[in-house]
Design a protein around this ligand. Structure first.
Ligand SMILES: Cc1ncc(COP(=O)(O)O)c(C=O)c1O
Length: 396
């Protein structure tokens, strides 16, 4: 179809033209001097994105799932107990991985409409008098539900329980879209990927690790090879890798870091994502539909999951929208299959791109005979126009 496709899944996101151009270069020697300097530039920028000075960043050629595995195998030993929280599909997958790796997983049940409950975690940690729990793992932004967990509050809960467990957080769909503070929130391993807020294609993933996590890795006994931190760190001292890195993605990363940090600024990036999320929720309510997230403190700024009324199939709505308007929306994952569609509003995105997205959804809902009021686009437009009048309140 002519025109720009609307890739409104919650990642991978559209990659800006200039990032594509930055990647369209001759492949260079990954053991030569040019490459070492490129890696050092990327690592310096990433530290600002993770909001860390103490943390060390490891860059993998791999997807987010690999970075999950790296976090677990580098810090834990067979049979170690880990406490995880069922916020949705991705938390469930991480938990399954931990079990497959031979960890003893305790999974606190959730309803997929709330984030990790700091009080429930504190209670469980207080009860662990023998300190058998070695790690607490939480997904910051549950991409399957559009619900964020309050990572700083979970840190306070761990501290209030006086528990020494490592704290691991998945920021795959929040990093560079939603405020995230690796150091301030005392996170030991932050897991991230390239294909969402960082506006890159899939293929790079990250661990940001604290000194405590690094110390734990010295005695951890789970088998590891490709994901081993020690070899990465030893090679990384000079900006190189133990194996062939994703060279051209790093050119793109350097460009996207310039856009995020030097041009727009992280605070403005976060405010923009909040503004688009609020406009989207106003549209959803004006249609007469329901947002899946129930607690306003936990609304995601990078995506919104929308419940379709009983008797309607969210995947049918998505199919109609794709066929009629060349727009892809996120499908309902796991037990939400057919019940929700997800609107991604993250990455390289602006007010008019959001309006095009919401117009496509409103038309598609009508075409699919879902009973909605045709008021959503107008509600979002009014909100965005108000924000433009009062830039200081743009994030409200
Ligand atoms: C929150 C979250 N965690 C983990 C993953 C898995 O990452 P990947 O598909 O890059 O392996 C995803 C993918 O969308 C995700 O959204």
């Amino acid at each position: 179809m002519p025109g720009r496709p609307f890739l409104q899944i919650p990642g991978p996101t559209l990659v800006p033209e200039r990032v594509m151009r930055a990647m369209a270069q001759a492949v260079i020697d990954h053991r030569g001097p040019t490459f070492g300097a490129l890696v050092q530039d990327c690592l310096a920028g990433l530290k600002d994105v993770f909001q860390t000075t103490r943390g060390q960043i490891l860059l993998y050629p791999g997807s987010g799932t690999g970075a999950w595995e790296a976090a677990l195998v580098n810090t834990l030993s067979p049979g170690d107990r880990v406490l995880m929280y069922e916020t949705g599909h991705f938390a469930t997958l991480w938990q399954k991985m931990a079990a497959k790796l031979g960890l003893d997983v305790e999974f606190i049940a959730g309803d997929w409409r709330h984030g990790a409950d700091p009080e429930a975690l504190e209670k469980r940690l207080r009860a662990d008098a023998e300190k058998r729990i070695k790690a607490v793992c939480v997904v910051h932004n549950e991409t399957s539900t559009g619900v964020t967990s309050r990572i700083g509050d979970v840190r306070r809960a761990i501290d209030a329980a006086g528990h020494p467990a490592l704290y691991m957080v998945d920021t795959i769909s929040s990093l560079a879209s939603i405020d995230y503070r690796h150091d301030e929130w005392g996170v030991d391993v932050t897991v991230a990927g390239s294909q969402k807020g960082l506006m890159l294609p899939p293929g790079l993933s990250f661990n940001c690790i604290s000194p405590k996590a690094l110390a734990a890795s010295k005695s951890a006994r789970l088998p590891r090879s490709y994901w081993a931190w020690d070899e990465m760190i030893a090679n990384g001292k000079t900006g190189y890798f133990p194996y062939t890195p994703a060279t051209n993605l790093l050119y793109g990363l350097r460009e996207s870091l310039t856009m995020l940090l030097e041009e727009e600024g992280l605070d403005a990036v976060f405010a923009r994502h909040q503004r688009h999320a609020e406009a989207t929720r106003r549209a959803v309510r004006a249609w007469g539909l329901e947002v899946l997230a129930l607690d306003p403190r936990e609304y995601s700024a990078s995506l919104t999951a929308v419940l379709v009324p009983a008797g309607h199939d969210a995947d049918h709505v998505r199919k109609i929208i794709l066929e009629a308007f060349d727009m892809s929306l996120g499908t309902g994952l796991g037990k939400l299959g057919g019940k929700v569609f997800r609107i991604g509003h993250l990455g390289d995105f602006n007010d008019l791109a959001l309006m095009g997205t919401l117009a496509g959804v409103e038309m598609g809902l009508t075409l699919a005979s879902v009973p909605v009021k045709r008021e959503g686009v107008r509600a979002a437009m009014e909100y965005l126009a108000d924000c433009a009048k009062a830039p200081a309140r743009r994030a409200a």
